[in-house]
Design a protein around this ligand. Structure first.
Ligand SMILES: [Zn+2]
Length: 253
């Protein structure tokens, strides 16, 4: 363990969350897991409990992508949810891979890429934690990521039916002036159109599922996996994610 170094403190992250939210009691520790370097709590925050529409916003499943985690902090700090909290119950998972966050690793303490393990029979605890939340049923899932190989923003869009088909393009249009879009026809090995990766997939026949596809298998209407480019400053990455979230909710009304 001596060769790997802590780059963030998960405790400080929890303290920051407690300090910025007006409802610290909404921060719930669902479970805690043990590693050789310490115990980590897995947390959720629920806003607008009991509203008819349900959204999940998650981050940090890849520990080396802090932009999503920071975006959730600013989402709370700026009270970005106020525009739609009268209709939506919003569940936030600010950091699904706390070990990865502390040590700046994509994988968890067992070297596993958690976002590839949503179909396996006995998934790591972080994944079964996320699954237990997804099982409760959502209309909209937004999972925040970063990509250090992309020159601009892009997203994965997976929905049931065609009703929200234009949501991805609308999100990317709304980022005009904030961050450029990755316009390549192939991104991260997938076919893309104007920054949207949205090929219809035969979900049950796939070899593995990321979190979004597990959500889809549970009947979520629209799953968005949003990717900022981490080649930009943190402030710009946060601004892009917050604008994308805002546009997604606007389109979904
Ligand atoms: Zn990622």
């Amino acid at each position: 363990m001596s060769d790997i170094k802590k780059i963030h403190s998960f405790n400080s992250l929890i303290n920051r969350l407690k300090n910025i939210t007006t409802h610290p009691e909404s921060i719930e520790i669902i479970t805690t897991y043990k590693t050789s370097v310490g115990d980590y709590p897995l947390i959720k925050i629920v806003l607008g409990k009991g509203k008819s529409l349900r959204a999940l916003i998650s981050a940090g499943i890849h520990g080396d992508e802090p932009g999503g985690i920071e975006s959730i902090l600013y989402y709370l700090k700026n009270k970005e949810y106020l525009d739609y909290i009268n209709k939506w119950e919003i569940t936030l998972l600010p950091c699904i891979n706390p070990y990865g966050y502390e040590f700046g690793t994509r994988t968890n303490h067992q070297g596993k890429d958690l976002n590839r393990l949503f179909m396996v029979k006995e998934p790591p605890l972080e994944v079964s934690f996320a699954q237990s939340i997804l099982d409760t049923g959502f209309n909209l899932i937004i999972d925040l990521h970063e990509d250090d190989e992309s020159q601009g923003y892009y997203l994965y869009q997976n929905g049931l039916g065609n009703k929200y088909e234009r949501i991805g393009l609308e999100i990317l249009n709304s980022l005009d002036g904030i961050m450029p879009i990755n316009l390549e026809s192939e991104i991260a090995g997938s076919q893309a159109y104007q920054g949207v990766i949205g090929k219809k997939l035969d979900i049950p026949s796939m070899d593995w599922w990321p979190m979004a596809l597990y959500g889809l298998s549970k009947g979520t209407q629209m799953c968005l996996t949003l990717e900022t480019s981490s080649l930009f400053d943190m402030e710009i990455r946060i601004s892009a994610h917050l604008t994308a979230i805002k546009t997604a909710f606007k389109h979904f009304q």
